[in-house]
Design a protein around this ligand. Sequence first.
Ligand code: PTJ
Length: 269
Amino acid sequence: MVELSPKHPRYHSLLIREKIVDGFRKGLVVPEGLIAHGRGECFDYLIGEATIPPALKAIRAAAAALITAKHPVISVNGNAAALVPKEIVELAKLVNAKLEVNLFHRTRERQILIAETLRSYGAKEVLGVDDELIAIPEVFSERRMVSARGIYLADVVLVPLEDGDRTEALRRLGKTVIAVDLNPLSRTSRAASISIVDNIVRAMPKLINEVKDLRSNYSLEKIREILASYNNEEVLKESIRYILNRLTELSRSLKLITYLSVDSRSTGF
Ligand code: PTJ
């Protein structure tokens, strides 16, 4: 791993990038996952690398959906396993969700490696590797194979960094789909029931805290109300407007990074 100084202006972003690269070197992440991460970085730049207000609304609704679910499942792919394995296991324990490895670029080696990674953070059971799998209709990738005891049965599925195809199929099967995707324009974001437009690295700890907060301060009835009053279309539009306003503001106030070179310091120019 590269030595990173906390003084580097892009320290946090580089640290996340190193985690993905490390995951790639270990075989958790596919090369396509590095490209997907780069796209995510770009959208993260646009939202200001911070959790934006519409994402907080989505996180609250997602926590409500997970708390009130009968069979919640967290679907885990290579990027999610490389970036937030500890948080995935913690959230699963908190809401009694099943963990299922589900990959776009499916190989047995990666399935086993991802399951082992989750177990190393305390997961007791990881589905999608050696248990019975069922094909869900109208998904034209390896992601169509889901666990009979996991996603197939689930009423609520959390799908971090997903492809839109399967989100649409899961919605058609009547499931509540929670997506974490930095791109508010993606098919996943537009097809999901609840779209958290945030970096998964920031969103997961916030989701865990939100579950704890709702559980300790609200009745089940109130939690159901929070979920029922959530409007994903509005939240996605708000996310796009947030980016738009931020860019408009930046286009007015952009300041060049100026510096004095060694030569100009001595000459005054
Ligand atoms: O591990 P596998 O085989 O299942 O493959 C995983 C990838 C990510 C390669 C696969 O799901 C894929 O190709 O995804 P896409 O279609 O490229 O979509 C990934 C989405 O996640 C994009 O919209 C990115 O903007 C977004 N994204 C990338 N990094 C992050 C992110 N969203 C939240 N947090 C991130 N750190």
